[in-house]
Design a protein around this ligand. Structure first.
Ligand code: HEC
Ligand code: HEC
Ligand code: HEC
Ligand code: HEC
Ligand code: HEC
Length: 183
């Protein structure tokens, strides 16, 4: 019995050791880079650039007005077109006026805007937004100063690795049990 437990533990340590190795390699690769973080994601195809700055910093719209499910669900949610039209049926654009025309065309065609995703964890990882919001973690801790410093979201501000998750869980005394993050 005791021996089996030891074997199981050894297996877990082997996995952890290989992970530590992979991460050490990743960080030494990154060290060669002049700008190791934030992490560059492959170029995304967006129908048009969504500027956070005029909404968040200028017009003081709350993140949750658009990312409506962040407090109660695993995913933050991306706003439906109806949310945009609440304003852009009347609010025209200046610098990106053509994009407002595109937006209205999607609405007329009754098509959702096909935004492509930037932040995404591996499929075997469970990331619940609501637990983090309830635990007092700020959007900016993970996504940077969206609206102030970041206008159009082009890249991932944090590495989204297991080490990144665990460091903060250690600091904030949150669970480090394998099964809370892995199915
Ligand atoms: C007026 C609506 C609106 C507001 C307010 C808003 N967002 Fe967004 N946000 C969007 C839309 C639309 C997208 C999808 C387009 C994109 O990814 O660039 C998006 C994308 C994002 C993404 C990237 C999602 C992905 O693809 O991984 C993050 C992170 C984000 N917003 C965070 C925030 C934060 C933090 C705030 C508040 C400081 C905020 N947003 C306020 C509409 C909004
Ligand atoms: C609460 C009102 C409100 C909502 C909701 C809203 N916007 Fe805006 N949006 C504005 C205002 C105000 C501006 C600034 C307009 C200006 O500077 O002329 C703006 C600017 C923009 C611009 C830049 C226009 C330009 O020419 O500079 C785009 C693109 C845009 N919004 C897209 C969207 C999308 C997509 C959504 C839905 C996800 C959305 N907006 C939701 C109020 C809103
Ligand atoms: C503890 C870190 C953390 C915090 C805090 C956080 N996010 Fe996220 N966010 C992530 C990660 C990780 C993903 C990718 C999740 C996935 O793939 O399931 C993500 C994905 C997103 C997305 C992509 C679309 C979706 O439906 O999930 C949006 C939008 C977003 N976050 C907005 C926000 C907003 C707004 C806040 C604050 C109210 C916030 N996030 C707080 C880490 C965080
Ligand atoms: C900036 C800090 C921070 C980061 C980064 C972070 N978390 Fe968390 N996480 C927390 C805190 C704090 C809690 C505890 C919230 C509570 O218990 O009220 C938590 C709770 C959780 C829970 C629920 C735990 C339980 O006891 O049921 C899961 C699952 C989780 N995080 C997954 C992740 C994953 C996956 C990542 C990386 C992709 C991540 N977290 C990154 C701070 C963070
Ligand atoms: C706080 C959340 C969290 C906890 C707790 C956690 N993991 Fe992970 N784990 C992750 C994330 C996020 C990734 C994905 C990393 C990536 O894609 O780079 C991951 C990836 C992995 C992988 C795959 C490695 C790879 O190359 O993708 C293994 C194996 C793993 N974890 C094992 C464990 C074990 C064993 C434990 C318990 C000792 C554990 N994890 C605890 C978040 C967590």
């Amino acid at each position: 019995m005791k021996k089996q437990v030891l074997i199981a533990l050894a297996a877990v340590f082997a996995v952890l050791a290989s992970l530590a190795f992979v991460q050490a390699q990743a960080s030494s690769d990154a060290a060669d880079d002049t700008d190791p973080s934030p992490v560059q994601v492959p170029e995304r195809e967006q129908p048009f650039d969504f500027p956070h700055e005029p909404h968040v910093a200028v017009n003081q719209i709350d993140c949750q007005y658009c990312h409506f499910s962040v407090e109660r669900s695993r995913s933050a949610g991306v706003p439906p077109l109806a949310t945009c039209m609440g304003c852009h049926a009347y609010v025209d654009g200046e610098a990106q006026a053509g994009d407002i025309a595109t937006l209205r065309q999607f609405w007329e065609d009754r098509e959702a805007i096909p935004w492509s995703r930037v932040y995404k964890v591996a499929d075997h990882v469970y990331f619940p937004h609501m637990r983090h919001i309830a635990g007092g973690v700020e959007c900016a801790d993970c996504h940077g100063q969206v609206g102030e410093e970041i206008n159009v979201i082009q890249r991932v501000e944090q590495p989204l690795t297991m080490g990144w998750c665990l460091n903060c869980h250690l600091e904030m005394d949150a669970s480090r049990d394998c099964t809370v993050c892995h199915y």
